[in-house]
Every structure is written in structure tokens, then in C-alpha cells.
Ligand binder design. Structure first.
Ligand code: ADP
Length: 270
């Protein structure tokens, strides 16, 4: 991208002096390009399930006399409708948090609860692949933030770990206090991410392998959501990965009250 300037010239006084204003437009152009790409991507992602739904609806109509076919095609319609729902939900979540607005209900969040809630929500997919989900080190740690957003972020990381791992493997969620932050990491023994893709995976709709991602039901927005949740909390998310061996995503969040260590607290669970 070349640097572009918007130049304005205004006459000044009566002696032929002029005022020249040069404004760097490079950033504005870049932001516009990102927005255009995003809209194009969203349209494309919405078109796919909508197209499939209308084809399936026609097929069901044609097969009205065949109850077996009707059952099969309406099942597929439900599947496509669910995809559409996830995509819209992810878009709403993303647009809420990426605008730089303050997080909705900040407060003290027990890491233990967030981790177990996220694990619970991924349980069905994990057991379908006989993947064991294990958590450790969460006891007594508290972070500052919005519990719903933090569960969403963690669920996305665990969902990915399960989606991109073979059957009969382990996904480990580990938490620890580091200074005035808490690190929560999700490690898998999955396919890993090629080094050349590592710096792009947090972009909206970026996928290493689009076909595979769609087959696993991914919207391509999961990691963008994780990144924005982390940033909105004043934290960050990082990744380590090796192709063929697995990946570890680490969420670093501010500890509640700045002290990450366990503090006896009578109001927990009350
Ligand atoms: P998706 O819905 O496609 O999973 P994400 O934003 O969650 O979208 O992830 C972006 C891409 O990063 C995925 O398509 C996948 O290629 C890669 N990826 C994410 N997590 C993992 C993981 N744990 N192991 C391997 N690849 C992953």
C-alpha cells in the first residue's frame, strides 16, 4: 500500500500566501479496505447456508410423498439453520466487543467457575470424539472481567482444541497466577498450525483450511472473538503450535484486585 495524502490549499491574507494542509490517508484507507473485506466475507458466509436451505426446501417439496427423504432433508435443513444461527450469534458478539466499548458487567470472576462452565459446554463434542477434557490449577484464582465473555472466549479455545484434534486425545486447561495476571492455557494434541499461518489466525474469517473448518462447523470468527475479549479485558491471547503435534493458546488476564493469589472470600457462591 503506497502512502496517500489528502492535500488542501487555502489562501491566507492578501500577499499571495497560502496554507497547505496535508493529511495522511493511509490508515483511513486501510481501515476502509478491512471493512470492505469484512462485509464481502460476511455476505459470502451468509450466502452459503441460505443457498443450501433454499435448495433443501425445494428438494423437500419435490419429495413430499417420500417420508424417509423428507426426514433426511429436513434434518439437513436444521443443520444449515443452526450454522446460520451460530454465524449470526458470533457476528453479534464480535460487533459488541470489537468497538472498544467497556465490557458489560465487570466484576470478580472465579477462574474455576469460568473454566468448568466452558468445559461443560464443550462436553458433548469432546465425548463424541472420546477426547478427555482436563482442568488444573484453577483453584482460588480470580480475574477481573465479565464472566459471560470469559466463558465465551474459553469455550471457543476449547471448541477449537476439540475440533482440530484426532479422537482419543487430551485437551488440558491449565491456570496459574503470574504477577498481577492470571494465565489460562488450552493445550491440545491436534493437527497444529503451520508457522506461516500463525500470525493470521486471529483475523476474522481466516482459516488454515477453509473446507475442514466448515466441516467442523466453524464460523471462522472464534479466534477473533477470543482476541477481542482478551483486549477488552486489558489482556492478550498468544499461541504456540507445532504442525502434527498440537497447539497451546494462552489467555492472559488481569487478576482481580491485582492480586492473583487465593484470598479467602466469604461472598463466593453466596
Ligand atoms: P474456525 O471457526 O474456523 O475454527 P477460528 O477463528 O476459531 O475459526 O480459528 C481460525 C483457524 O485457526 C481455524 O480455521 C483453524 O485453521 C485454526 N485453528 C484454531 N485453533 C486451532 C487448534 N487448536 N489447532 C489447530 N488449528 C487451529
Amino acid at each position: 500500500e503506497p502512502t496517500t495524502f489528502a492535500v488542501r490549499v487555502a489562501p491566507l491574507g492578501t500577499h499571495g500566501q497560502v496554507l497547505v494542509l496535508a493529511e495522511d490517508q493511509t490508515e483511513r484507507r486501510r481501515v476502509e479496505a478491512v471493512r470492505r473485506d469484512f462485509v464481502a466475507n460476511v455476505s459470502h458466509e451468509l450466502k452459503t447456508p441460505v443457498g443450501a436451505l433454499s435448495l433443501l426446501a425445494e428438494t423437500v417439496q419435490d419429495a413430499a410423498d417420500d417420508p424417509v427423504a423428507v426426514t433426511r432433508f429436513s434434518g439437513r435443513m436444521q443443520h444449515e439453520a443452526a450454522r446460520l444461527t451460530y454465524l449470526v450469534q458470533d457476528l453479534i458478539t464480535l460487533s459488541r466487543i470489537q468497538g472498544g466499548e467497556p465490557i458489560p458487567t465487570p466484576g470478580r470472576v472465579p477462574v474455576d467457575e469460568v473454566v468448568h462452565e466452558a468445559i461443560d459446554r464443550c462436553g458433548t463434542r469432546a465425548s463424541a470424539k472420546e477426547i478427555s477434557l482436563v482442568a488444573g490449577g484453577t483453584e482460588g484464582l480470580r480475574v477481573w472481567g465479565d464472566d459471560e465473555l470469559l466463558v465465551t472466549a474459553l469455550r471457543n479455545l476449547i471448541d477449537n482444541a476439540v475440533a482440530y484434534s484426532p479422537e482419543n486425545t487430551r485437551v488440558v486447561v491449565c491456570a496459574r497466577a503470574v504477577g498481577d495476571t492470571v494465565e489460562v492455557s488450552v493445550s491440545d494434541q491436534g493437527i497444529g498450525i503451520p508457522e506461516s499461518s500463525l500470525e493470521r489466525i486471529f483475523e476474522r474469517f481466516f482459516r488454515v483450511d477453509p473446507a475442514r473448518s466448515r466441516a467442523t462447523g466453524g464460523t471462522g470468527l472464534g479466534l477473533a472473538i477470543v482476541k477481542h475479549v482478551a483486549v477488552a479485558h486489558g489482556g492478550e491471547v498468544t499461541v504456540w503450535s507445532k504442525e502434527g503435534s498440537g497447539s497451546t493458546f494462552t489467555l492472559r488476564l488481569p487478576a482481580f484486585g491485582g492480586a492473583a493469589m487465593a484470598v479467602p472470600d466469604s461472598t463466593t457462591n453466596s
